[in-house]
Design a protein around this ligand. Structure first.
Ligand code: HEM
Length: 500
């Protein structure tokens, strides 16, 4: 005790008091400042309307359940808009989310990405994608990787790929459609788009290895819209297992290719695939990418590249079957392309970029399918500053969601919105109301590739087959799995057209 009376320890005690009081004062001032800031904003501007529901869970359950069908999510969105107006808040897996109005809110999000917001994915997405995938990158890193990967998906790249995609489409119909009476349309379109992207990315050909690979990818996609419970028996657990298998297969292909490169015996066809380029062409700073980067970005391209276009193609098949006049119009367009080839003496089995541009009506049909059944209804961005938007205060750290559900079905932008009507695409829609491919810096990288590969598929389909739905009266609800489909996976009865 005596030592507590020596000068030194007395000064320390005084200092400790001073420190404690300073810390307390700073804490109180900070708290008052933050709280007053909250009220300052609140006094001036309210938070967007809506409710957060139960702590953490919020509206997660009702949202996930609504996402199970195309009608479910459309109706959920409409209900919220009717109740709260076009800008509203809710809570999803713990995060406060603001759905922005459309089109202005969508435009605001895309144009302010990188300054007041950046891309955000829930943690389950990171577990499924990995931290190297393009889509989870932000800021300068995203720009660098995106610039690098764009070379595989710009218009120039499409003219390099068209021949291979066309060959793949012809092979697909010969191998899987010829002689068949009934088919599950969705399984066929997924098989086609998967083999197309596997071929482009890694020169992987159809066969047992690809079939096994496809099974794993389908299990992976089911992990996207489920509860992230990593326990045996749950979808998310199965999806993570699928991810490991997929990465192992990619790793095997990388090893094999490195060996071929080292021994200078890479077959010519493989020298133009994405894997080859990723292994041999340095990034903008002169470095080769590390293995985890290559693996996770190939995984991303394969995932984004198949069941998106595959699902849309299946639903296009559905709508064409439901609308004989649409079938007739597409057939007319595609036949005139074929006849043009015959007249000019060019190979009728080869397609050119000019042919793709001439498929205007067919593209309108696909656009209409994308409007009614967008693969993604919206994605998230996280605010990195406090925001004021249309009289509302949106705090830093909240999520903003661009969304296409309210505008795609809004009679103000699309007359009679629930009707399948390709003729509406004769005029352009209001900017930022039609968003099947998202927007801003993270807009879909593969939309040109998707367009080209879907049009090539339809070209061969209508020239060689007619079809009807196994259940012609089916009119919904459409299951989202995660892309919209009929319960019977768009089952069709097919008939081969004998060439005249
Ligand atoms: C009908 C087919 C497709 C649809 C509807 C579609 C839709 C989308 C959407 C909505 C996004 C998110 C955009 C955002 O958050 O703002 C996206 C991103 C992306 N898509 Fe697609 N997609 C399709 C086909 C493809 C294909 C064929 C590929 C590649 C082979 C591809 C590659 C990507 C990539 C890499 C991203 C991430 C871009 C980034 O974060 O920078 N997509 N897609």
């Amino acid at each position: 005790m005596a030592s507590s009376w020596n000068g030194l320890s007395f000064v320390s005690a005084k200092e400790s008091y001073t420190t404690l009081i300073t810390v307390l004062a700073v804490t109180i001032l900070w708290t008052l400042w933050s709280v007053s800031g909250y009220f300052r904003h609140r006094n001036r501007m309210p938070l967007p309307p809506g409710s957060f529901g139960l702590p953490f869970i919020g509206q997660t359950i009702e949202y996930v359940l609504a996402m199970r069908t195309a009608d479910g999510i459309r109706q959920w969105m409409q209900k919220q808009v009717d109740k709260h107006g076009p800008i509203f808040r809710y809570r999803f897996i713990g995060y406060p989310v603001v759905i922005m109005d459309q089109p202005e809110g969508n435009k605001f999000i895309f144009q302010s990405e990188g300054t007041s917001n950046h891309i955000f994915w829930p943690s389950q997405m990171f577990s499924l994608m990995g931290r190297h995938a393009l889509t989870v990158q932000t800021g300068e890193r995203h720009k660098l990787v995106r610039r690098y990967l764009t070379r595989y998906f710009d218009r120039n790249a499409m003219s390099r790929y068209i021949r291979g995609v066309n060959r793949n489409a012809m092979r697909h119909f010969t191998n899987h459609w010829q002689g068949k009476e009934q088919l599950a349309g969705l399984d066929m379109t997924n098989l086609y788009t998967f083999s197309t992207i596997c071929n482009l990315a890694m020169s992987l050909e159809e066969g047992p290895q690809m079939d096994k690979f496809l099974e794993e990818f389908l299990a992976w996609t089911k992990g996207l819209f489920c509860f992230p419970i990593n326990l045996p028996g749950f979808q998310f657990y199965r999806a993570l297992k699928a991810r490991s298998v997929i990465l192992e297969v990619i790793e095997g292909l990388m090893e094999q290719r490195r060996k071929e490169i080292a021994e200078d015996r890479v077959p010519e066809v493989k020298q133009t695939d994405i894997l080859h380029s990723l292994l041999t062409v340095p990034d903008g700073e002169g470095n080769l990418f590390p293995d985890p980067f290559i693996k996770e970005n190939l995984l991303l391209l394969l995932i984004t590249g198949f069941d998106t276009s595959g699902g849309i193609l299946a639903m296009t098949i559905y709508y064409i079957a439901k609308n004989p006049s649409v079938y007739k119009e597409i057939l007319k367009e595609q036949k005139s392309i074929l006849e043009g080839k015959r007249e000019s003496g060019t190979d009728e089995n080869e397609l050119t970029m000019e042919d793709i541009s001439a498929m205007k009506y067919t593209w309108n049909v696909i656009q209409e399918t994308l409007r009614l059944h967008p693969v993604l209804v919206g994605t998230y961005r996280k605010t990195v500053t406090d925001l004021e938007y249309k009289g509302y205060y949106i705090p830093k750290g909240w999520l903003l969601s661009w969304n296409n559900q309210h505008s795609h079905y809004n009679p103000k932008y699309f007359k009679d919105p629930l009707k399948f009507d390709p003729s509406r695409w004769e005029t352009r829609p209001t900017p930022f109301t039609y968003l099947p491919f998202g927007g801003g810096p993270h807009t879909c990288l593969g939309n040109e590739f998707a367009r080209m590969s879907m049009l090539i598929f339809i070209y061969h389909l209508v020239q060689n087959y007619s079809w009807s739905l196994v259940d012609p009266s089916y009119d919904g609800p459409f299951i989202r799995d995660p892309v919209a489909r009929t319960p019977d996976r768009v089952s069709i009865i097919v008939k081969q057209i004998v060439a005249s």
